[in-house]
Design a binder for this molecule. Structure first.
Ligand code: SF4
Length: 351
């Protein structure tokens, strides 16, 4: 692995880096929040979430003390809610042990809840100038192309090997810039799915796949297992004032979040009415809603829905049902985007 590409890479980064709300702020908390948000979400989508989050919760103490409902509401739409729950646990650890700061030590960062080698490396190098690698999916892709590495990109052993290779070349005086340059190169030049822009690439002369015109072969990915398909029926059950929602169990998919009542299978109109009656409700009106799909990492929900107007939600004897007023559904309860196609019927006028 050649060290020679470090300088051209850094020069390119310093001349071309994107301006981002968390970049060049010298704030470890900002680096942490942004890196966790970016794990499953695109940069453009993260920007407004990041700004809102750090305005509401500007430091470790504010995050540690934030009520759960508010925390989940701030995360609503980003998905993978365990990320923000883990962040709060880590913030509590920092409050108790590290004077409410992110520790300036790679191993201590790694010991915090929800912080793995990538995030610890990003915080340590970007915020504290510690020369450790930060290997995310972008960096894995760039490195497997540069070295024409034929191993499966999902293998933990490949990540370890690449971390070791980077450790050997990372510049001691600007490790944060180097790591960000690698990520930036992967995000805007050495792009996934399709053609990397090799003619614009600052490290083209050091890249084996670029030189051999074999970029389409890298990274190597083992075929994914197919997702499980689950059919579900979602209910928007309303009286004049409110919509029925309930809290999901504290473990498993979308743990502890609020949801519209739903059940397995695609129910017919008659079955849907029976469902409402089984909750001891009196249906006055039913409307079939458009079908929708939501993809989780291992499961795909294929949903159908019904809007059911009932005389009074308060008659229900179903356990765990809450009555959300129009405003509350926007401001108080975090309903995950899996139900996004049906949430708007909580507010629409019934004709
Ligand atoms: Fe990626 Fe092409 Fe640059 Fe190689 S030359 S790192 S494949 S963009």
């Amino acid at each position: 692995m050649s060290e020679e590409f470090v300088q051209p890479l850094l020069q390119w980064y310093r001349a071309n880096k994107r301006i981002l709300p968390w970049r060049d702020k010298n704030n470890a908390y900002y680096t942490w929040v942004s890196e966790i948000m970016l794990q499953q979400t695109r940069v453009e989508a993260v920007k407004p979430y990041f700004t809102r989050f750090v305005t509401e919760l500007p430091d470790v103490n504010a995050l540690a003390e934030c009520p759960e409902e508010k925390l989940l509401k701030l995360w609503e739409g980003l998905g993978y809610y365990s990320r923000v729950r883990n962040m709060q646990q880590a913030a509590i650890q920092m409050k108790e042990k590290y004077d409410s700061r992110l520790p300036e030590d790679y191993s201590l960062l790694l010991s915090l809840k929800g912080i793995g080698s990538y995030t610890a490396g990003a915080i340590a190098s970007i915020a504290y100038g510690i020369p450790v690698p930060a290997v995310d999916g972008n960096v894995l892709r760039v490195m497997t192309r540069i070295t024409e590495n034929p191993e499966d990109i999902m293998k933990p052993s490949l990540r370890k090997k690449i971390e070791q290779e980077i450790l050997e070349i990372i510049p001691k005086d600007c490790p944060g810039d180097f790591n960000q340059a690698m990520m930036e190169l992967g995000a805007v030049v050495c792009v996934p799915n399709g053609q990397p822009k090799c003619e614009e690439c600052p490290v083209q002369n050091f890249c084996m796949a670029g030189l051999h015109k074999t970029t389409e072969k890298y990274p190597v990915k083992a075929p994914k297992k197919p997702r499980n398909i689950e059919n579900r029926t979602v209910f928007v059950i309303r009286d004049g004032e409110s919509t029925a929602i309930r809290k999901r169990p504290s473990k498993g998919l979308l743990a502890g979040l609020y949801e519209l009542p739903n059940t397995e299978g695609h129910l017919s109109r008659e079955e849907a009415l029976k469902y409402a009656e089984s909750m001891n409700l009196e249906p006055l009106y039913i409307q079939e809603l458009p079908q929708a799909k939501h993809i989780f990492s291992h499961i795909e929900w294929r949903m159908t829905g019904y809007l059911i107007r009932v005389s009074s939600l308060e008659q229900t004897d179903a356990r765990g049902i809450l009555f959300a007023k129009k405003k509350e559904s926007e401001q108080k309860y975090a309903i995950p985007s899996a139900f996004g196609a049906y949430v708007r019927y909580m507010k629409e006028e019934i004709k």
